[in-house]
Each structure stands twice: as structure tokens, then as C-alpha cells.
Design a protein around this ligand. Structure first.
Ligand SMILES: *Cc1c(COP(=O)(O)O)cnc(C)c1O
Length: 395
């Protein structure tokens, strides 16, 4: 059995999404900007997809801008908020220490251009508080950007409360909802957010396509100059097949969302209950305030990288959430933001399941992870020292 438990990294393309996309990869190859009927059929498909995405998040279709994925939507939102502020002399931005790099690196770039950035503490449980957001807002704050669901540990942030605080203080609020859309109810009206990012491949849509919601009246800057596509805010011929696939996948994901959430929460609870029985392990992030499918654990005395390779060999695709794979030996910035010591953060494991996973698959994970952890600990000099009492257990 091989279990894919890395849905927070990307998901399999849904057959329904593929079916919706196929005509636009074959006969319907029109350019939506063309005046002839071939092009107009593409334009109609584009409009239908925009209507669907808008309807799901309770937005107006004119408030949806399709992008080339979640990272682009984050970049566009943050640059839009920053530029709108700068025009009024406001150059202060607020975010958190455990955002996705699409947000953190965009903020870094703005910092080098004269903006000042405040990164809020996410505490040991991985949840920011609306009160702390309120306390950080200054007269020169242009934008607050805080993720809806953290991609490594799965914790949910109080987005509605933060949006309320921002609105009361007249500050724009963006949320990176890439891990929330398709997994939790997301209603931009009820939440009161000004901007929200999503990515199709995190809910069984195709890769390289996403969307940014921008509330009417909030000025949008374009990150890609070109033609008049996306009402002049994103130049370039639209990825019709991708956009159509995204709308189909989103519609499917939110059909019986409540049922899916209950089912996936059940899988997650089983994972947490089973895996926290491993001695000297800990669950990262708040026990309750988490998205249905994401679990992140640390196991003392082992390296996340070795764990992942052995799990893969034993039929489980997971992630460590650490940046080791990108050639750096630094542990995950998310786990460090929670205050975990480096030694512990190195032994992390993220399992992300969703409605496509089965009970049998979870049972397989519950059998394999303890075996691999034991095997790696038996070989680990660090674990040996701990066992012989030459070092003290941190967890
Ligand atoms: C995946 C992800 C992104 C990036 O989306 P891409 O479509 O891969 O560019 C941004 N933010 C979060 C929270 C994510 O999980």
C-alpha cells in the first residue's frame, strides 16, 4: 500500500476537474480576447468559472482576479495593499512570523524599499490573537496580512476577528487562504476581509492557477504588465483550461463540505491519538483550532529527512515541513516561530490527509510511523545519549 499523506503540498487532480478542462485543451483552444465565436466560447467559459469561484466564497464575480497560483495572488495582494498605503504616506505592514514564503519574501522586498514590517508572535499554539493585531496597528499601518490556515501545522487563525479590528482601524486586511479554501467554509462577506488568496492545486484543481479576491473599491496593482486581461490587472492570455479546472474542483470540494470536514477530522483525530503515543513526541500547534486534515508532530532524537525517506520506502508520502530539502539545514521557520528548540524542530513530520484518504490508509500510517521512528532512534547517537542519561529529554 502506498499512502499519499502530503495534501498540504499539493493534491491529485480530480477526474471531474480534468473532464471539465479537456475541451479547453483540445477543440476549444480560443483566446478569450478574440471577437470570433471560437474566442467568445473561451470568454464564456472564463466568465462561468469566475461566477462559480465568486459564488463559493460569496463574492461578486468582478471581485475575482485569476492568477498563476497562490504565490502570485499573495504577491499581488501585498503589493496592492502596500502601494495603496504608500500613496497616503503609510508604510507600515503587519504580518506573522510563520507565513508562507510567498508572503514573507514579498514583505522582505518591501522592507528593502522603505517599508517597515512588524511580524507578530504566533505563540506556542500557533495562533495569533486579534488583540495583538489591534495593539500593533499604528497610524501609518497600510496593510495587515495573516494566513487563514498555516500550511505546516494546520492551525486556524481568528480571521473574522482580525478583519473586524482592521476595519475598525481603517487598515486593509489580506488573508492567505490557500490552505483554507475547499477545506473550511470561506465567506468573504461574513469574514469581512479585503483581500483573500487561493490556489487550485490545494483542493484537487490543476497547478499554476489561483485567484485573488479583492473587495470592490480596494485598488489593485498588477504584477504582470500586458494586455487588458483580468480588467487590466493581470496581463497575459488567460489559462482557460486551468481556470475552468479550478472552478470545477472548487465546486466539487465544497459540495457536502460539512460531511467531508467531519470525515477528515475523524481521520486526523485517529492519527493524533495514535502517533502521540510514541514516547517523546509532541503535537505542534493548537489541538482544537486546526484545519481538518493537517497534523504536525515532532519526535525527539531523529532527523525529519531520514524519517521522510524511510516513510516513503514503507509506503507513506509525507513532509517534514523543514527546509532541509531546499539545501539548507535550518529547521522550519514555522516550528521555530512556535518556540521549539532546533533539535526538536529537526525531527518534525507533517501528515496532511483529506477526503480522498481512507481509514485503511490511516491504519497503514499508524503502523509504519512508530516502526520507522523506533528504527531511526535505534541508530541515532543522539537518542543513545538520551537513553543512557547523558542528555536530558526536551519532550
Ligand atoms: C501552497 C501555498 C502557497 C503557494 O501557492 P502556489 O500555488 O504553490 O504558488 C501559498 N500559501 C500557502 C499557505 C500555501 O499552502
Amino acid at each position: 500500500m502506498y499512502v499519499y499523506a502530503d495534501n498540504a503540498a499539493t493534491t491529485a487532480l480530480s477526474p471531474k476537474a480534468l473532464e471539465a478542462m479537456l475541451p479547453y485543451l483540445q477543440g476549444e483552444y480560443g483566446n478569450a480576447s478574440s471577437l470570433h465565436s471560437v474566442g467568445q466560447r473561451a470568454a464564456e467559459a472564463l466568465q462561468k468559472a469566475r461566477d462559480t469561484v465568486a459564488e463559493v466564497i460569496h463574492a461578486d464575480p468582478k471581485e475575482i482576479y485569476f492568477t498563476g497560483g497562490g504565490s502570485e495572488a499573495d504577491n499581488q495582494a501585498i503589493l496592492s495593499g502596500a502601494m495603496a498605503g504608500a500613496r497616503k504616506g503609510k508604510k507600515h505592514l503587519i504580518s506573522t512570523a510563520f507565513e508562507h514564503h510567498a508572503v514573507l519574501h514579498t514583505l522582505k522586498k518591501l522592507e528593502s524599499q522603505g517599508f517597515e514590517v512588524t511580524l507578530l508572535d504566533v505563540h506556542k499554539n500557533g495562533v495569533v490573537s486579534a488583540e495583538e493585531v489591534a495593539a500593533a496597528i499604528r497610524p501609518d499601518t497600510a496593510l495587515v496580512t495573516i494566513m487563514f490556515v498555516n500550511n505546516e501545522i494546520g492551525t486556524i487563525q481568528p480571521i473574522g476577528e482580525i478583519a473586524k479590528v482592521c476595519r475598525e482601524k481603517g487598515v486593509l486586511f489580506h488573508t492567505d487562504a490557500v490552505q483554507a479554501v475547499g477545506h473550511l467554509p470561506v465567506d468573504v462577506q461574513a469574514l469581512g476581509v479585503d483581500m483573500l488568496s487561493m490556489a487550485a492545486h490545494k483542493f484537487h484543481g490543476p497547478k499554476g492557477v489561483g485567484a485573488l479576491y479583492v473587495r470592490r473599491g480596494v485598488p489593485v496593482v498588477n504584477v504582470i504588465e500586458g494586455g487588458q486581461q483580468e480588467r487590466g490587472k493581470r496581463g497575459g492570455t488567460e489559462n482557460i483550461a486551468g481556470i475552468v479546472g479550478m472552478a470545477a474542483a472548487l465546486k466539487e470540494a465544497v459540495t457536502d463540505l460539512e460531511g467531508h470536514m467531519a470525515y477528515v477530522t475523524g481521520l486526523r483525530e485517529k492519527l493524533i491519538t495514535g502517533l502521540t503515543q510514541i514516547p517523546h513526541s509532541c503535537l505542534n500547534g493548537d489541538r482544537e483550532k486546526r484545519v481538518p486534515g493537517t497534523v504536525n508532530l515532532c519526535f525527539e532524537g531523529i532527523e525529519g529527512e531520514g524519517l521522510l525517506l524511510w516513510l516513503d520506502a514503507k509506503g507513506v508520502a509525507a513532509s517534514s515541513g523543514s527546509a532541509c530539502t531546499s539545501g539548507s539545514l535550518d529547521p522550519s521557520h514555522v516550528l521555530l516561530a512556535l518556540g521549539l528548540p532546533h533539535e526538536i524542530a529537526h525531527g518534525s513530520l507533517r501528515l496532511s490527509v483529506d477526503a480522498w484518504n481512507t481509514e485503511e490508509e490511516v491504519d497503514h500510517i499508524l503502523q509504519v510511523v512508530p516502526e520507522v521512528v523506533k528504527y531511526l532512534r535505534d541508530m541515532s547517537p543522539v537518542w543513545d545519549e538520551l537513553e543512557r542519561g547523558e542528555a536530558t529529554h526536551l519532550i
